[in-house]
Design a protein around this ligand. Structure first.
Ligand code: PMP
Length: 381
């Protein structure tokens, strides 16, 4: 019989070795920094000498509350969240926020929505369901549908409401690879879906009424959605708003109206520590730009690959591309997987390939992808 002694040590700094990790370009759930997974592994059976796993302790215990407080403080410092904003760590993914937003903020009024791809389209469709129940009105200011969501209608052509309760948009359309870098110029609370772009570049939180993001791209594992909401927007919820979706209630309960996603929250805290160790969001933003530039240059330098998105809206997080000869798609995916480059299949709405290059994807992986693409083009082009 083999005894299997488990040796546990908690190290103060991240272990950066990456044994057997394959370049993973998944759109989400997506790559988590190897160093974070190693740390979680080290702490899995015995969190900081407690003799228990983080997963096994009460969310109301002093030890666990130390984790949540630290995670919130780190996120606040990473993106400089002003004091008049609440940070909520909720469940139901970004999609449940599509309901929570009108339920909390419509308040009998009219809300403006910009449609730029699959995700903002889902958000407006969900909001309209509440409008149809009499909770208010939903107005689509513009849609990029005519361009197959490769471009955004000019703001001068938007049909803005006079006095909207809020303006909703998606900063980065994960499926279409379309990112809005400029802030929409509106005088009402800006509500933004940053699921696939949060923490990838510096932002000015004070320009937003609310930011929300599902965790499974740049924050950590699925099961968590982060909501950063300005305090004056609390307390407007419809009486139909479920308590668990009510921002004011969740803020008062410190996101613990019921049992939160404790392990995902803990891992998010580790990811925030890791981002800080990388030099913060601005430092990661520079690397993210380099990664995106390298990939787009490879695509643009060839007539074999193409990306349809208008240049100023090209996402630095999700890069879809097609092959001139789509009958080679299957071969590309087989050969890239054989070369250890994982999860490059494009979304079924768009086809072709997509490389998601979130914070945790290092420049070297993008270089490996580009080397593969060039070799593939030589072979089949
Ligand atoms: N918004 C965006 C921009 C997304 O990319 C996604 C998921 N890919 C969602 C919303 C929905 O997230 P969830 O699956 O967490 O509900």
């Amino acid at each position: 019989m083999s005894t299997n002694p488990v040796s546990i040590k908690t190290t103060p700094t991240f272990n950066t070795s990456a044994p057997n990790r394959l370049p993973n370009f998944s759109a989400g759930p997506a790559t988590i920094p190897t160093a974070v997974l190693s740390r979680a592994q080290e702490e899995l059976l015995d969190w900081q000498g407690s003799g228990m796993s983080v997963m096994e302790v009460s969310h109301r215990s002093k030890e666990y509350l130390a984790i949540t407080e630290k995670a919130e403080a780190k996120l606040r410092s990473l993106i400089e969240i002003p004091d008049n904003y609440k940070v909520l760590f909720l469940q139901g993914g970004a999609s449940l926020q599509f309901s929570a937003i009108p339920l909390n903020l419509l308040n009998g009024g009219r809300a403006d929505y910009l449609t730029t791809g699959t995700w903002s389209d889902k958000a407006i469709k969900e909001a309209k369901r509440y409008a149809n129940l009499g909770l208010g009105e939903i107005n689509m200011v513009a849609t990029g549908k005519d361009s197959n969501f490769t471009d955004v209608p000019a703001q001068s052509d938007w049909n803005l409401s006079d006095d909207a309760a809020y303006f909703h948009y998606c900063a980065n359309e994960t499926i279409h690879g379309l990112q809005i870098f400029e802030l929409p110029q509106v005088n009402v609370p800006l509500i933004v879906d940053m699921s696939s772009s949060i923490l990838s570049q510096s932002i000015n939180v004070s320009k937003f009424g609310m930011i929300y993001a599902g965790a499974q791209k740049n924050i950590g594992p699925a099961g968590l959605v982060i909501v950063v909401v300005r305090e004056d927007l609390l307390g407007r919820a419809s009486e139909w708003c479920p308590l668990l979706l009510n921002y004011k209630h969740q803020a008062e309960k410190e996101s613990m109206s019921n049992t939160p996603a404790t392990y995902s929250w803990y891992l998010a805290g580790l990811v925030f520590d890791w981002i800080e160790e990388q030099g913060g969001v601005a430092a990661l933003g520079k690397i993210n730009q380099q990664k995106a530039d390298l990939l787009y240059k490879t695509i643009d330098d060839s007539s074999f690959y193409s990306n349809p998105v208008a240049t100023q809206y090209r996402s630095i997080m999700n890069v879809p591309f097609t092959l001139a000869d789509s009958s080679l798609d299957k071969v590309f995916l087989e050969e890239s997987a054989a070369a250890g480059l994982m999860n490059l299949k494009g979304h079924r709405d768009v086809g072709g390939m997509r490389a998601s290059i979130y914070n945790a994807v290092p420049l070297e992986w993008v270089q490996q992808l580009v080397d593969f693409m060039i070799a593939f083009e030589k072979k089949y082009g």
